[in-house]
Design a protein around this ligand. Structure first.
Ligand SMILES: Nc1ncnc2c1ncn2[C@@H]1O[C@H](COP(=O)(O)OP(=O)(O)OP(=O)(O)O)[C@@H](O)[C@H]1O
Ligand SMILES: [Mg+2]
Length: 479
């Protein structure tokens, strides 16, 4: 199942919070109303006791006109669900006011009454269960006129009307809560959706981007802070993609261009040869010339393949500790003849240990040496120097000559880059030698650099020192 949308999730979360707050506030309001009503009812009850005591104190005893008193009391207790029962010392009922819901039949509670000497307090009021529902009641003694025996007052307040109010209030609160939560949910959903609009803009932009239109970028200045980081990361990804696509298409174009030259040469030579019958020797010469072009083509294809495989890190490095003196001496031997032919002095000064794949190391140094020998004028010299320093092994290939202009130095290691266009056409130069050197150094975690000044050009290979042995149990193997 797909996870629900962020908008829905936030809206639900928000409505849950709203509902929780509403319930808490509602409960508080309900409780407050209940408290206030109870308090006011109790105070009214106490006031009635004081009133009756007062009234009785001014009455002669035995009561001269009980009917008149009854009438007055009926008026006082007519409303509010209160009922008064006045009993004399012998327990006979003297006055009993009518009640809305008659509880005349219920037995008079027998709890101790508030003594004459004390004013009634809230703590004297008790809960009393009436047939019609819960009630509050108080019993107090009162003296009528000058009589010795006190009368007993019992006032009962029935609470069912209060409970009805509270019930209605609770129902109102619940309705409000439900409606409020609903409104909050809908509003939250709308607000969140609106808030997410910038995200949809980003999605729209992303949909617009294709390999043909990689130049498009998200504007990160007018998006909310949360999306800015995403936009920046997205743009950085596009930068990398664009660069990669550009390199790839450039690579393809260069490759096609460079394959065209030898293929054209082959085609033209063959067509010319076929244009009329020729002697056997002429065919032989043509084939020999063709072989050269085939070799050049084969080397280009092989080099291109090598670079493609290095790009995908498909080349397995077999790193070994190699004696730099011995390895470089072999290479120097190989170039000795060529150098002699060109009137170039070749000097070797190498010692130390280099941790590298022997085949790749040879290939990298070979490429540098081939360039150096090719670009050194007669009478110049080429130095091959290897030294260990703090950061591993450093191999320099130095040669005299006109050097390389600074504007080319940065690009020499690019594929198909040739500093001297005049030389590039024809000849055996493909412009891949230094690209391969760089790829080899990257595979080794090292680096290749070039400097050129005052008639001397130096290409340097930095090989990192031996990788530290993997800690036991880490499943280390040689790479
Ligand atoms: N020692 C050097 N002195 C002067 N220029 C150099 C030297 N080494 C390289 N270059 C320049 O750098 C360019 C790139 O060299 P790279 O080895 O990549 O290609 P290439 O030698 O032209 O072709 P390939 O090596 O594929 O046969 C060369 O064309 C040349 O202009
Ligand atoms: Mg080269």
């Amino acid at each position: 199942m797909r996870p629900p949308s962020i908008a829905l999730r936030l809206a639900l979360l928000f409505s849950a919070i709203a509902a929780a707050v509403f319930v808490a506030v509602g409960a508080y309001l309900y409780q407050a109303l209940w408290q206030q009503m109870s308090e006011r009812d109790d105070v009214a009850l106490l006031n009635k006791v004081v009133l009756i005591r007062h009234l009785l104190a001014s009455q002669p005893m035995p009561l001269a006109m009980p009917e008149e008193l009854q009438m007055v009391l009926d008026n006082v207790f007519g409303q509010d669900g209160m009922q008064l029962r006045l009993t004399d010392a012998a327990g006979r009922t003297v006055v009993l006011t009518p009640a809305q819901d008659s509880h005349a039949g219920t037995p008079v509670p027998s709890w101790p009454a508030v003594p004459l000497a004390r004013a009634p307090a809230r703590s004297d009021i008790r809960d009393w269960q009436l047939p019609a529902g819960p009630g509050r009641a108080i019993a107090a003694l009162a003296r009528a006129g000058t009589a010795q025996a006190p009368l007993r007052i019992v006032i009962v307040r029935q609470r069912s009307d209060r409970l009805a109010i509270l019930k209605r209030y609770a129902a109102d609160l619940a309705g409000g809560l439900l409606a409020g939560t609903l409104v909050a949910t809908v509003l939250a959903f709308a607000v969140v959706r609106r808030g997410m609009r910038p995200l949809h803009d980003v999605i729209g932009k992303a949909n617009d981007i294709s390999t043909q239109r990689l130049a498009s970028r998200l504007s990160v200045d007018d998006v909310p802070a949360e999306l800015r980081e995403l936009g920046v990361a997205f743009n950085a990804m596009l930068d990398r993609l664009e660069e990669g696509v550009q390199r790839l298409s450039g690579f393809a174009a260069d490759l096609a261009h460079d394959l065209r030259t030898p293929v054209n040469t082959l085609m033209m030579q063959t067509q010319v040869a076929l244009s009329r019958p020729r002697a056997g020797g002429e065919y032989e010469a043509l084939l020999a010339s063709n072989v050269e072009e085939y070799e050049r083509l084969a080397r280009m294809i092989e080099n291109t393949l090598f670079l493609a495989r290095a790009d995908h890190a498909q080349l397995a490095l077999r790193r070994e500790a190699l004696d730099a003196g011995r390895e470089l001496a072999q290479i120097a031997d190989y170039f000795e003849m060529l150098a002699e032919d060109g009137g170039i002095e070749l000097r070797l000064d190498a010692r130390g240990t280099v941790h590298a794949d022997p085949v790749l190391l040879r290939r990298a140094v070979n490429n540098l040496m081939a360039n150096a020998v090719r670009h050194t004028p007669r009478g110049g010299h080429v130095d091959l120097v290897a030294r260990e320093d703090g950061e591993g092994m450093r191999i320099d290939v130095r040669n005299t000559g006109t050097g390389i202009a600074p504007e080319h130095l940065g690009q020499l290691f690019e594929r198909y880059y040739r500093a001297d266009p005049a030389r590039a056409e024809g000849g055996s130069s493909a412009g891949l030698g230094l690209a391969i050197v760089r790829a080899i150094m990257q595979l080794h975690g090292g680096m290749a650099t070039a400097t050129s000044a005052e008639g001397a050009t130096v290409f340097t290979l930095h090989f990192p020192p031996a990788p530290r042995p993997a800690p036991a149990g880490a499943g280390g193997g040689s790479d």
